[in-house]
Write a protein that binds this ligand. Structure first.
Ligand SMILES: Cc1ncc(COP(=O)(O)O)c(C=O)c1O
Length: 410
């Protein structure tokens, strides 16, 4: 039976009325109600609770308690890590901390994985991987004289891209120490098969390191069950913790004794305030702390994780699929005949929370969209990413954004 799509705005409004997560939008600061914000996959909106929490941390804790506030602050990186682990990452307590940036954590974990396997001289990753991951690996490989085996992107930035387990298997042998990929591709939003890649890597005796920046808070993640060894991810996208908020770092419990934090700072030191003569790492995930944690950023992560956990990752994923499905329906109705190409998987099970559309003039189109109050982002060479954050993006926003794009592209 062929059903024709209702492309009216009233249909988008009806979808919003039926959306059980709709009330969550009111939990965020919406400074300009007319702004169509489709870039929560770069920087998530500010939760109202975070505004209040930060005011309290600044005035009541820092301002009033001064140094005494550290009594309540010291274990926050581990406490928030446990909350994130058990609500959104499919991990156990004492496997996750919040610390540093994604880039720094990625570097530390990759280095530790290589240190633990000195006889293996190769790293496998994806040519289309996020730049900071590629740059970090290049630096590490150069410093240690290691080989990087690049999984080549298929021509034209694969619409439903991302390397599959077979691509990974083809690059594996007894020389490979580490396989590292993004869980969700930053361009196409393709979801990697984490469990299958872990299994393939483990068959060859390699460790895996996952970058979950584009999946944490929006896709259910099963780090433990999938067999992942190591993972990192940022907190300023779907966790709404704000610019520069600390990232997460995950080390599977069974590996914690085998891997060592390559930056030996005093926060990773056993009996830190004894100020002892030499470094002795703390047991467990706390041994991955380095220096003084950023308390304002951490408080924002705490609020962001609580809000997402309250909404529930299952309900978030359900709405996320509905939003991207709706965006693709409108794309097919309005844009596919206008020279655009869809750059995200059509299979919802393989698609993350954003939708990429491509046309040669994408850069100019993105600037024109921003000028009329629609904010997506441009990714070279020709992609426009429409980031749909389930807690704040309405179906009407998708309709408004794609309507503007259709007008500008005509
Ligand atoms: C996949 C991925 N990795 C890493 C980063 C950024 O890392 P950092 O937080 O260190 O800037 C991003 C930022 O957008 C990203 O999308």
């Amino acid at each position: 039976v062929e059903t024709s799509l209702d492309t009216s705005r009233s249909q988008a409004e009806a979808l919003d009325r039926a959306d059980p997560l709709a009330p969550f939008r009111e939990r965020f600061v919406i400074a300009d109600p007319r702004l169509v914000y489709l870039d929560g996959n770069s920087l998530g909106r500010l939760p109202r609770a975070t505004t209040q929490r930060l005011a309290r941390v600044v005035a009541d804790e820092w301002g009033a308690e001064l140094i005494r506030a550290w009594d309540g602050w010291l274990d926050l990186p581990v406490r928030i890590g446990d909350l994130l682990a058990t609500t959104l990452l499919g991990a156990r307590p004492d496997e996750v901390i919040l610390a540093d940036s994604t880039t720094v954590n990625f570097h530390r974990l990759a280095t530790a994985a290589l240190d633990a396997q000195p006889d293996r001289r190769a790293i496998v990753t994806d040519r289309a991987n996020f730049p900071t991951d590629r740059y970090t690996l290049e630096g590490i490989a150069e410093a240690r004289g290691l080989e990087i085996r690049w999984l080549e992107a298929r021509p034209n930035v694969v619409p439903d891209g991302g390397p599959g387990p077979a691509d990974v298997s083809g690059a594996l042998d007894e020389q490979v120490a580490l396989v590292t990929l993004c869980h969700v591709d930053y361009r196409s939003a393709a979801i990697a098969d984490m469990a299958a890649v872990n299994a393939a890597a483990h068959d060859a005796g390699a460790l895996t390191l996952w970058d979950c920046c584009h999946s944490v808070g929006v896709i259910p993640i099963e780090l433990d069950r999938s067999g992942a060894d190591l993972a990192v991810g940022c907190t300023y996208k779907y966790l709404n913790a704000g610019p520069g908020a600390p990232a997460f770092l995950y080390v599977r419990r069974e590996l914690q004794d085998r891997l060592r934090n390559p930056i030996q700072g005093w926060f990773g030191q056993r009996d830190q305030f004894a100020m002892g003569p030499s470094y002795e790492p703390r047991a467990g995930i706390a041994g991955w702390l380095v220096g003084t944690p950023p308390m304002l950023g951490l408080a924002a992560v705490d609020e962001g994780v609580r809000l997402v956990a309250e909404a529930g990752i299952g309900a978030i994923r359900e709405k996320s699929i509905a939003l991207t499905e709706y965006a693709i329906d409108l794309f097919d109705a309005w844009l596919s005949g206008a020279g655009f190409r869809l750059g995200s998987p059509r299979d919802a099970a393989r698609r993350g929370a954003h939708v990429s559309v491509h046309r040669a003039d994408a850069d100019q189109l993105t600037r024109s969209l921003i000028a009329v109050g629609v904010v997506p982002d441009f990714r070279p060479p020709d992609g426009i990413r429409l980031g749909l954050s389930p807690l704040t993006t309405r179906f009407a926003d998708v309709w408004d954004g794609l309507t503007r794009l259709r007008e500008l592209a005509a």
